[in-house]
Design a protein around this ligand. Structure first.
Ligand code: ADP
Ligand code: ZN
Length: 631
């Protein structure tokens, strides 16, 4: 019951991956008890046995041809005389000492033999058990090794084993990074610094030491840094800010020292520090206790940066998506004084990124990369790469030659909304979900300024039981008030339909996400965009998160009285939109019913068909109304 793809689902999806090792281990532990437990081969034949006493009698009577004694298993295989030569021997359970039997056999001159103890049944059983035990032991060793590693680290933290990676040649070129033209242009210069520092030093210019790349995760910051190293042909050292900060005071600082020492040995080179905000946060806020370790690490980093001249051929590139929390000392001249924004790609950017990643994939000529770019606003470069990869995987699974639009569509759905589930069987619930989704889609179609419906489906995906997808009309840089109101109204269409059709007591939790989305939007209208009767005021901090380093003190910027007014405005926006949605649905009740029937039957309706049904039925409705008017 989601209105439009929610990006947070993406994150949930990613976080699920981390568990696989645990699952694997558990699987191995369970298996042995199921498979190895009852070795079928070790079962003894039930029939065809004699007791020890009976055997002695038969020996006495001379009815035995031959006996094989197996001392380990304490059994004897007895071949009776008067049976067919190929008849199976009779099993006899022996005693621990069988002198009487053996004496008798000797006495009666019956052929008997001791069979070797190495019974292959037992061997096979052992082997089967070993097959399960060995991986287990290996796994345990692995864990053991890891934990000793960890404790070793604790023991010699002074020496701090280096945690950075070094790539002598990244092999990445600028043309593999797309959609971030400005950033590329600015960084082009860094390549020249690394390649021909003489050019700059000759005229007395100081080469900058640090560049800060600012942008959300997945926009290609790491890739850009690698491309600089690749273009300049210098080694690439990388470390993540979170790796600096460890449990023990002093480890981070000594890692920084190690890193810079190695880099100096390999100059000219490039050092890339990912997530620098993990070490580089504002120092000394004091709330919640200072973090000595982090501060020491940061100080060491600053010292190292000051310690080498710009001309040594080392350039440091750091990445963050929270420049606002960085310690100002880091941004001072001579440190990360250059800042380059690497933002989410726009339509053109997405198109270029798709083209880069389409290079090594087989894509059917019918697929339009432009259409994909149009459908994926808000996607980062990493999302787009992932999207094409998912499509390729689907194509392989469907045994097709090349990726078609079908696979691309499915991959987008999957990347945005998660895995597809199976549709519900026909039930009241299914109809309710159908009303809810058609409610979204119909209100969205009837209201001006709303994005067009792309499809409505009852096939669950991720956590949503049904989904209505809208195609964002164009690149959404600026959004008008009426567009926001349209979105709020559309998002409330689901709940509105539930209420109209099933009555207030029957409405469900399915609208939970919608309401969250709506409330959030309405609140921003009032407090951020000045779109309410309160007037053009900004009443909120830039970031709603309280960051301990800085914004703690100046948290509330308005009085309780204003807070109450804000709440009132938010409620008004939402209530009037909700009423509007209900009115629209009541007016078009016939179309609503018709669409729900269709959806329940077909499970997915695409946008064009959806609009066609609305059009046809609107005509019918108008004619009916005319006919109903008395002349
Ligand atoms: P960040 O460091 O900003 O989190 P990455 O550089 O690690 O992002 O990006 C991850 C992957 O996503 C890259 O290896 C690349 O395949 C793809 N990617 C991201 N941005 C771009 C881009 N602008 N052009 C091409 N590919 C990109
Ligand atoms: Zn919904």
């Amino acid at each position: 019951m989601e209105n439009l793809g929610k990006r947070n689902l993406l994150k949930q999806r990613q976080s699920k991956r981390a568990n696989w090792l645990g699952v694997l281990a558990a699987g191995l532990m369970i298996f042995p008890s199921v498979v190895g437990g009852t070795p079928v081969l070790a079962q003894k034949p039930e029939r065809n046995t004699l007791s020890y006493g009976e055997l002695l009698q038969k020996v006495e009577k001379g009815q035995i041809k031959k006996v094989e004694l197996d001392q380990t298993e304490q059994t004897a295989r007895v071949y009776l005389s008067g049976r067919k030569p190929d008849a199976p021997p009779v099993q006899v359970q022996l005693l621990r000492e069988n002198t009487e039997l053996i004496n008798k056999l000797k006495q009666k001159k019956i052929d008997f033999a001791e069979v070797s103890t190495a019974n292959n049944r037992a061997a096979v059983g052992l082997l089967i058990n070993l097959m399960w035990i060995l991986p287990l032991v290996a796994l345990m060793l692995l864990f053991l090794r890891r934990s000793t590693n960890a404790s070793n680290q604790a023991m010699n933290f002074g020496k701090s084993r280096a945690r950075f990676q070094m790539e002598a040649k990244t092999g990445v070129k600028f043309d593999e990074v797309a959609g971030v033209e400005e950033a590329k242009e600015e960084l082009q210069e860094v390549v020249t610094f690394l390649k021909q520092p003489e050019k700059f030093t000759a005229v007395g210019a100081k080469i900058p030491k640090g560049v800060l790349l600012i942008g959300p995760p997945g926009t290609g910051k790491t890739l850009l840094a690698k491309a600089i190293a690749g273009e300049a042909g210098v080694p690439f050292f990388s470390i993540s800010g979170s790796e600096f900060v460890e449990m023990f005071v002093g480890v981070g600082a000594s890692r920084v020292r190690d890193l810079f020492k190695k880099a100096k040995d390999n100059a000219p080179c490039l050092i890339f520090i990912d997530e620098i905000d993990a070490v580089g946060r504002q120092r000394g806020a004091g709330i919640g206790g200072g973090n000595d370790e982090r501060e020491q690490t940061l100080n060491q980093l600053l010292t190292e940066m000051d310690g080498f001249e710009g001309n040594t051929g080392i350039i440091i590139i750091a990445a963050t998506n929270r420049p606002d929390v960085l310690d100002t000392a880091l941004l001072r001249p001579g440190r990360f004084d250059r800042q380059v924004i690497v933002d989410l790609p726009d339509l053109k950017g997405r198109l270029e990124i798709l083209q880069v990643h389409a290079r090594n994939k087989k894509i059917a000529p019918t697929v339009s990369t432009e259409a994909i770019a149009r459908r994926t606003p808000g996607f980062t470069g990493a999302d787009l790469a992932n999207l094409l990869n998912e499509a390729a995987i689907l194509t392989a699974r469907r045994r097709k030659e090349a990726i078609t639009t079908l696979e691309i569509d499915d991959a987008i759905d999957r990347v945005v909304a998660g895995m597809e589930g199976t549709a519900l069987v026909d039930s009241k619930n299914k109809r309710l979900i159908a009303y809810h989704e058609v409610g979204h889609a119909l209100v969205g179609s009837l209201i001006k300024d709303h994005d067009p419906v792309q499809k409505v489906t009852l096939i669950p995906r991720g956590q949503a039981l049904g989904l209505t997808w809208f195609t964002p009309n164009e690149e959404q840089g600026l959004i008008s008030r009426s567009q926001i109101i349209a979105r709020i109204t559309g998002a409330l269409g689901g709940r509105a339909a539930e209420e109209i059709v099933f009555g207030k007591p029957e409405v469900t939790t399915g609208a939970g996400n919608d309401l969250q989305y709506v409330t959030n939007l309405a609140r921003q209208m009032v407090t951020k965009f000045g779109m309410s009767d309160l007037g053009p005021l900004s009443l909120e901090n830039q970031s709603s998160e309280v960051f301990l380093g800085r914004d703690w003190m100046n948290k509330s910027e308005y009085s309780d009285k204003i807070a109450a007014k804000i709440d009132l405005q938010v409620r008004e926006i939402i209530n009037s939109s909700y009423n509007h949605a209900k009115e629209l649905l009541q007016e078009h009740r016939i179309i609503l019913e018709r669409l729900v029937d269709l959806l329940a039957e077909q499970e997915t309706i695409d946008g064009d068909f959806f609009r066609k049904v609305i059009e046809e039925n609107t005509l019918v409705q108008i004619t009916n109304e005319r006919l109903a008017v008395p002349h």
